[in-house]
Design a protein around this ligand. Structure first.
Ligand code: DX5
Ligand code: ZN
Length: 216
């Protein structure tokens, strides 16, 4: 199981120390939530932030594009140094071509889907996917509660592709992570839980312990 914290719930003035603390806590990647004010109402940040934080570690940087026309942003984030880009199946009518484009760049290709989107929507591109990003809350904001109906969708995708990395994003805490792992998730995006924890390191440890991947 992989813990890939989102910086979304951090104070933007503290992004760098927060990423340093995540790296020091031994996380498995950093998740960047890119919002364009159109696909979702908020606006967050762009590729400059990824470039600026890239020297903080060699761990994978995951970019989650919550934008329309996601392909317009591939080049900037690729050049900024990310390893994986997720775009939403709802954001394009050309998801298959965009998955091919990510892979031809040598990036890991991840397809994201909203809670209201059935798993069948990504089935035609699943064979191209290095990862699937299942939104377990409606995208746009941290701090929401897990939508439990998404568990069945995770299990459905796991049954179709036993080997694919399934990232879950939203409402992950030390209780929900158990159900999410049981359903078939292998990577866990977490934002507000780590901000509420006594420290980022302790929050990460609690999540790993809850999943049984750490004995103390
Ligand atoms: C929501 C983002 C998530 C968010 C998760 O649109 O994609 O990555 O930061 O936040 P929590 O863990 O607070 O639900
Ligand atoms: Zn995200």
């Amino acid at each position: 199981m992989r813990i890939t914290p989102s910086i979304l719930s951090c104070d933007p003035a503290e992004f760098r120390p927060a990423v340093r603390a995540m790296v020091a806590a031994g996380v498995d990647g950093i998740h960047f939530d890119v919002m364009d004010g159109q696909f979702v109402p908020p606006i967050t940040f762009g590729a400059d932030l990824v470039r600026s934080l890239r020297p903080e570690g060699t761990l994978p940087f995951d970019v989650h594009l919550m934008t329309h026309t996601p392909e317009l942003h591939f080049d900037a984030f690729h050049k900024a140094g990310c390893e994986r880009i997720a775009f939403h199946v709802e954001a394009t009518v050309h998801s298959h071509r965009l998955m091919q484009e990510l892979k031809s760049r040598g990036l890991e290709a991840s397809i994201a889907l909203n809670p209201g989107t059935p798993a069948e929507a990504i089935y035609p591109v699943l064979d191209l996917a290095d990862a699937v990003l299942v939104m377990t809350v409606n995208p746009g904001w941290g701090g929401q509660s897990l939508i439990h109906s998404t568990l069945e969708k995770i299990a459905q995708i796991r049954a179709w592709r036993p080997d694919v990395e399934i990232h879950v994003d939203g409402g992950v805490d030390h209780d929900t992570i158990v159900d999410l792992a049981d359903a078939g998730a292998t990577a866990f995006v977490t934002g507000s839980y780590l901000m509420r924890a006594p420290s980022i390191a302790e929050g990460v440890e609690r999540l790993r312990y809850a999943c049984g991947s750490k004995s103390s």
